[in-house]
Design a protein around this ligand. Structure first.
Ligand code: DGY
Length: 327
C-alpha cells in the first residue's frame, strides 16, 4: 500500500485507540457520542475505505461488503469492537477476501461480573426495592419486605461454558453454588474440575437449576435456544439471565412465561429486537433490564477499542490480525 490507508470508525470509541489509528492511516470517524449510523449512512460512507472499525450495532451484510470490495481502495478488514460478530456476514466477507476480526478474552471477566450482578439483582429484587424506597414508601423494616430468592447454596445452570460461562462459574463458587453446564461438547475434565462444573443435558439443566445463565454466541443454531418448551422445563421459582444475545431467547415466549408464573424472573442485558424491548417487560417488577452494558467498564471498553485498532495495525503492517476470525 503506497498511500496511507483509509480507516473508517463508525462510532465514538475510547480515546487511546485513535492515536494507534492516526499513526498508521487517514481516519474518518463518527465523533457524535451515542449516534449510530443508519444502514443507509453506513453504505454511503464505508465504500472507499481500506479498514472499517465497527460495532455490533452496525450491520455488515453481503451487500455492503460487495460495495466495499468493488470500491477503490477496496476494503481489507472489518475490525469489530466486540467478541460477538453476528452483525457481520463472515461468509460473504471471506468470499470477498475481506478479513474479519473481533475482541475476544479481554471482556470475559467484565461480562461475567455483570451477569452475576443481574443474577443477584433479580434474585434479591434490588431495582424493585430501590424504586420503592425512592418513592418514599419505606416505613420501616418488615419481616416480609422484599423477600427474594436465596442465591448462596442454590444451583446455577450455565448454557455455553466457554470463556465467559467458565468465569460465571468461578463467581458462583464463591456463593457455594452447584454449577451445571450445557455445551454441545463436554469440556475437558481438568476445566470441569477447575471450575467445579458438572455436565448436564439441556433439559436436565433447565429442570434442576434455580438460575439459568446464557453464554452462547448467536448463530442459526442458537436462535430461540430458549423458547416455550425450554421455559416450561424450568422451575416456577427459576430466574433466567441473558447477557449473550437477545435472539437466543424467544422474547414473546419469555413474556408469557413470566406473566403466567412459569418462571419467577429474568435479568436481561440483551433483547431480541434491540434496541426495542417487548413493552410488557417494561412494566414487570420481576424483571431487571439493562441496555447491553455487560462489557461496559471503562477499562474493558478501552481494551476492546485498542484491540480492534491493533488488528488493523497488524494488517497494515502485513501481518495476520491476531484476532482474525475467518481465513
Ligand atoms: C460483545 O462484545 O459481543 C458484547 O456483547 C458487547 O461487549
Amino acid at each position: 500500500m503506497s498511500e496511507r490507508p483509509k480507516i473508517l470508525v463508525t462510532q465514538k470509541i475510547p480515546a487511546d485507540a485513535y492515536s494507534l489509528l492516526h499513526a498508521i492511516g487517514e481516519v474518518e470517524a463518527n465523533m457524535d457520542e451515542g449516534v449510530i449510523w443508519s444502514p443507509e449512512e453506513l453504505s454511503r460512507r464505508a465504500p472507499g475505505h481500506d479498514y472499517l472499525l465497527c460495532l455490533l450495532t452496525d450491520t455488515i451484510d453481503a451487500r455492503l461488503l460487495g460495495a466495499c470490495a468493488s470500491a477503490s481502495p477496496r476494503l481489507k478488514l472489518v475490525a469489530n469492537m466486540a467478541v460477538g460478530y453476528n452483525n457481520i456476514d463472515v461468509e460473504a466477507a471471506t468470499r470477498q477476501q475481506i478479513a474479519v476480526s473481533n475482541t475476544p478474552g479481554i471482556l470475559s471477566d467484565t461480562t461475567a461480573d455483570l451477569a452475576f450482578a443481574l443474577l443477584l439483582a433479580t434474585a434479591r429484587r434490588l431495582p424493585e426495592a430501590e424504586r420503592f424506597l425512592r418513592a418514599g414508601k419505606f416505613t420501616g423494616w418488615g419481616p416480609l419486605l422484599f423477600c427474594g430468592a436465596e442465591v448462596h447454596g442454590s444451583t446455577l445452570g450455565i448454557i455455553g461454558a466457554g470463556r465467559i460461562g467458565q468465569l460465571m462459574a468461578k463467581r458462583a463458587s464463591g456463593f457455594d453454588m452447584r454449577v451445571l453446564y450445557y455445551n454441545t461438547k463436554c469440556l475437558p475434565a481438568d476445566i470441569e474440575d477447575a471450575y467445579q462444573l458438572t455436565y448436564g443435558g439441556l433439559d436436565e439443566l433447565l429442570s434442576q437449576s434455580d438460575f439459568v445463565s446464557l453464554h452462547v454466541p448467536y448463530a442459526s443454531s442458537t436462535h430461540h435456544l430458549i423458547g416455550e418448551r425450554e421455559l416450561a422445563l424450568m422451575k416456577p421459582s427459576a430466574i433466567l439471565v441473558n447477557t449473550a444475545r437477545g435472539p437466543v431467547v424467544d422474547e414473546k415466549a419469555l413474556v408469557r412465561a413470566l406473566q403466567s408464573g412459569q418462571i419467577a424472573g429474568a435479568g436481561l442485558d440483551v433483547f431480541e429486537h434491540e434496541p426495542a424491548v417487548e413493552p410488557e417487560l417494561l412494566s414487570m417488577e420481576n424483571v431487571v433490564l439493562v441496555p447491553h452494558i455487560a462489557s461496559a467498564s471503562l477499562k474493558t471498553r478501552a481494551r476492546m477499542a485498542t484491540m480492534a485498532a491493533e488488528n488493523i495495525v497488524a494488517h497494515v503492517q502485513g501481518q495476520r490480525p491476531p484476532n482474525q476470525v475467518n481465513r
